[in-house]
Ligand binder design. Structure first.
Ligand code: ADP
Ligand code: MG
Length: 404
């Protein structure tokens, strides 16, 4: 029996109407004779009653005293509510179904509560239920330690649960259902004419996800890639097939991506640019600056080192600390808060001349200053002010005709 994993995100489960559509997607695939494993997230987004963020509200004002083990117990509740609700809906339609927690489904993790890593998935129980013809509903985002303690997998955890189950069960495919028609050329909340991609390679999507495209978690893509399980990202609210993420091996798929230099744009906001000049402070400026950041566990990005000093970015929330540390060792850092990293991504841009020129052109035409830039063979990054971010994304999207 071929196995299909379907993962439904928060917005796909938050209203009775949406859950009705979820049932339709399950029924359609069931009629294709798939053994179905359905991974669910907590209902809704920030602010809604059972969203993970809302659950955290119960302990937020009680200080930081709750150990992470107990915190995970609370965090795991949202998915349990979704799983039981969906299971009851399926049974009410006479579709045999069973709901399992992460632990119940055999998802064994280490004991790093809040960001646990999956060690192993013991699939016997899922397989037994599948063989009995049941739809197996599994709570995303959670696992269990060897000791029996509930753990959560961190941000994007339900995506990771889904692809890890797909890999362990040798699924034919993992379908990620969300509220947009696939992986788009940009975040549609900012670029209105962003367009769904038909086929993309794992590496490219992994890169795009790391650079801020929040539609799927990079860890989930890595797991799928290692196991060579294809992914489909699609909308619960339409019948469109969405985006296929796979090894680009067959000729038809290759033809779809061949002429594409730029695949999409992505962004990360809330970063601060820090500049340190070499003539101040101790000699070996680079060494001192980056050792100090490392010692205080401040993650740094966008690093440019020159004989005259160093410039790099940190997240806004770390900026104050970074500046204090730099002053303490004798530097006079200059900080520009409220910046955004805008990335132009394309597996096909390697060796293609003129991409940077067009980026500069697009931003200059809009009067958007570039504070810093860097590139690799698949990405060009520019740092802009956050107030210019939306304009920059739209201008770049248009310059590379990504809407076409
Ligand atoms: P879910 O709850 O289903 O997991 P998410 O909020 O995690 O949904 O992911 C879907 C959202 O990702 C979309 O609503 C969209 O705003 C955002 N997003 C950001 N970048 C992209 C992109 N390149 N393509 C599609 N969606 C994107
Ligand atoms: Mg998500």
């Amino acid at each position: 029996m071929p196995i299909l994993v379907q993962k439904f995100g928060g917005t796909s489960l938050s209203t009775p109407e949406a859950r009705e559509l979820v049932i339709k997607h399950i029924e359609r695939e069931r009629s294709q004779q798939y053994g179905l494993v359905v991974v669910v997230s907590a209902m809704g987004r920030k602010g809604e009653p059972y969203a993970t963020d809302t659950l955290l509200g119960f302990i937020r004002d009680n200080g930081d005293s709750l150990p992470s083990r107990e915190r995970d117990l609370l965090l795991g509740c949202g998915e349990i509510i979704s799983a039981a609700t969906l299971c009851s809906l399926l049974q009410s339609r006479s579709i045999p179904a069973v709901a399992l927690t992460g632990g119940g489904a055999g998802m064994i993790t280490d004991n790093q509560f809040g960001r646990a890593r999956i060690l192993e998935i013991r699939t016997e129980k899922i397989e037994r239920h599948l063989n009995e013809g049941k739809v197996v509903v599994v709570t995303g985002f959670q696992g269990v330690t060897e000791d029996g303690d509930l753990t959560t997998l961190g941000r994007g955890g339900s995506d990771t649960s889904a692809t890890a189950l797909g890999a362990a069960l040798h699924a034919e495919r993992v379908d990620i259902y969300t509220d947009v028609n696939g992986i788009l050329t940009a975040d549609p909340r900012i670029v209105e004419d962003a367009r769904p991609l038909t086929v993309v390679g794992y590496a490219e999507i992994c890169n795009m996800a790391r650079l801020g495209a929040k539609v799927i978690h990079p860890r989930a893509v890595e797991i799928a890639q290692q196991a060579r399980v294809p992914l489909r990202v699609r909308s619960t609210f339409s019948e469109d097939e969405g985006t296929l993420v796979t090894d680009i091996t067959d000729a038809r798929q290759a033809a779809l991506v061949k002429d594409r230099h730029v695949t999409g744009v992505a962004h990360v906001s809330g970063v601060t640019q820090i500049t340190v000049h070499a003539q101040e402070g101790p000699a070996d400026v680079q060494l001192h600056v980056f050792q100090a950041m490392a010692k205080h566990q401040i993650s740094v990005d966008f690093i440019n080192v020159t004989p005259s000093g160093a410039v790099y970015t940190v997240f806004d929330e770390d900026a104050e600390r970074a500046i204090t540390i730099l002053r303490a060792i004798g530097f006079a850092p200059v900080a520009v808060r409220g910046c955004a990293k805008v990335s132009v991504i394309g597996g096909g841009m390697n060796g293609v001349p003129g991409i940077m020129a067009r980026i500069v052109e697009a931003l200059t035409e809009q009067g958007i200053p570039i504070l810093q830039s860097a590139d690799s063979n698949t990405t060009i990054w520019v740092l802009v002010r956050e107030s210019d971010m939306a304009g920059a994304l739209r201008a770049l999207h248009a310059k590379f005709a990504l809407h076409e």
